[in-house]
Design a protein around this ligand. Sequence first.
Ligand code: XMP
Length: 326
Amino acid sequence: DWNAGNVIAEQVERIRAQVGDARVISALSGGVDSAVSTALVHKAIGDQLTAVFVDHGLLRKGEREQVERDYVASTGVHLITVHAADTFLGHLEGVTDPEEKRKIIGREFIRSFEQVQRDLVAEAKAEGEQVKFLVQGTLYPDVVESGGGSGTANIKSHHNVGGLPDDLDFELIEPLRALFKDEVRAIGRELGIPEAIVGRQPFPGPGLGIRIVGEVTRERLDVLREADAIAREELTAAGLDQQIWQCPVVLLADVRSVGVQGDGRTYGHPIVLRPVSSEDAMTADWTRVPYEVLARISNRITNQVPEVNRVVLDVTSKPPGTIEWE
Ligand code: XMP
């Protein structure tokens, strides 16, 4: 019988045997897989592990605090945060093409991580130690998919943005390689990781950067972050998290429309709600969210986010629409 406690005990043994007294680094994304693989390695080797979290300024509301405060409090992982929002937004200035955005975000992510890695290697060397290992949250479906060499691998290759290049001079620790997502979640719960992280819906590596149709700016990110937080709060309060695979909230930054808000005419931006139901993100259907819930989200967003004067619902399945707008 499958049992989270047994898997943890087995992996802890394996990781200790693999690592010895070398040092290990790990990149935390805020997602389930990196959170659980990192916590598992930490359970095995404690402070021989350093976790790195890159704040690229494209995170959702509360996400950094969730990692820096709640995740660290529950796991005891030694964490370094790289504050890289200025750098990322600088490179994204004037960029509107989605693939270009992904490339820039992926490249800057690697640069940020490599900087920390160099510092750690130098520090370890000074103490006569070695940094030899890198933690990866690879799951069984990832293993199968990347072995396929089919068209699927191509379509999904851009989804590895936010991952790390293969040519780093590290041995990999991949404690989740034999596991499916629900097993990973069970292990995360057993390790005491907060439900908000373990039960999290998928969120793309490039973050809010690919949910602003148009140029990504600090002001636009603030607008989208507020609208997204309201939508998430209401969907959760309505008990819809199980039914919804994920719900991108998208800012159409280059579209404006006329509205009346407060005591005057406005010329603001639309927000798109894209709730989808899916098994694996390859195909999806739009979720029939109850009208009352949609009404509450719309009212709150237009009342609380002055730049937004219209909320629209995306009723397209995948295919032909993708889940994300970019
Ligand atoms: P699409 O939009 O292709 O999305 O239907 C399918 C799933 O992949 C996620 N997604 C990404 N994840 N980097 C990621 O890490 C990306 O560039 C990226 N683009 C899409 C999307 O959120 C959905 O879960």
